[in-house]
Design a protein around this ligand. Sequence first.
Ligand code: PHE
Length: 468
Amino acid sequence: MKQEKKRNSFSGSIGFVLAAAGSAVGLGNIWRFPYLAAKDGGGLFLVLYLILALTFGFTLLTTEVAIGRKTKQSPLTAYGKINEKWKPLGIIACLVPVIIMPYYCVIGGWVVKYLIAFLTGEGKQAAEDGYFTGFITADVEPMILLCVFLFAVAFIVFRGVNKGIEASSKIIMPLLLLLVIGISVFSLTIKHTDEAGVVRTGMEGFRIYVIPNFEGLTVQRFFTVLLDAMSQLFFSLSVAMGIMISYGSYVQDDANLGKSINQIEFFDTLVAFLAGVMIIPAVFTFMGREGMEASGPSLMFVSLPKVFAAMGKVGNIIGAMFFAMVLFAALTSAVSVMEAVVSSFMDEFHVSRVKAAVIETVIALAGGILVCLGYNKLYFELELPNGSVGQILDIMDYISNNALMPVVAIGTCILIGWIVKPNMIIKEVEKSGCTFGRKRLYVVMIRFIAPVLLVVLLLKSIGILTII
Ligand code: PHE
């Protein structure tokens, strides 16, 4: 009889928790969470986010990790192993990281560029108007930096589960947390007088961030905030893209899943919250309330460099620390995206890790080059169904995040909630002898509440539902 090759596994809970938290903590925590919190009236968003994390997020994360551990398969093959007819869902779940990987690496390259700029004392230039556009529309530089980032990720994945993913997370994640805490403390202590003589402090900005603002709160607005929090959480936990299934498949059978999942959620939420503490007070102090309207790339690569420049000499150091931290966050997330694809290729086509990693690197490189060209030779403007205008990067982001991810999550809820029944997941969590806390909540969430919320989210993100 052919002996199945033994699957790798994380050496212990800490390795798993740090690797999964490394995936969860990414660009979304840094450039989207603080912006949404500021836009949605501070505290209210934070409270809703927390409630959703403990209910909705917990349900999806537990489900995926348990599917991975039970089937010992990666996304492409795991769904089919649970139920033969559901194999196509695995294909979509694997397609998501295939689409995300190229553009995530392009953005990773941008982060490398800014880190180098601040390390070499060029922070001031980076803050000038047109610097960012000039850089991303250049012919070769973005492609070279894409390669730097992609090859670093590929190297870690190529080294394998223990020597690559686990070992790198154990070094990077504590460093990341240290940087986040350091910059947050600095941000709270700053003070600035603008040209009009108005004095603003970091603490005032912090208050805007955390104190709930119920002004003009209507039922409709409440739902907008709720949906913002939900879509953010969904992206932030790295669910619905196969990642947590493939990491789950490396968790040992005697590990306490419930405890690990709580720790992952705690880590992810803590870093998201602290990202707000780093960014909101600093932006508020130096740019006032208007400065807080930016999010995504324009917050990170346009507004923040201006804030660092306004800090004077210390701005170069803080800027370098900041972009080092962002690079760490992006690296561990990209590693998880690549691993989801690589493990899928290994399980489906029975190829070696090296071969699978090389194939995925080539795909990501080709896609990444296309994304870079989208800003110069292939430039066009396309209006997306949700009203925004974008280039190749935005289109890939739109297809994966707005359309495919909710579909994967809805499919997962139906498969587990109604076809194979939630007991399968509960048994999997409890098999190591630990209790499944919030069991009843889990069943109600996976069968009823999560799919309904997800359908609403899908309708909103593809532009069909427009009232909230
Ligand atoms: N969860 C990550 C974040 O919050 C994002 C991510 C996206 C991670 C894609 C992996 C893959 O930024």
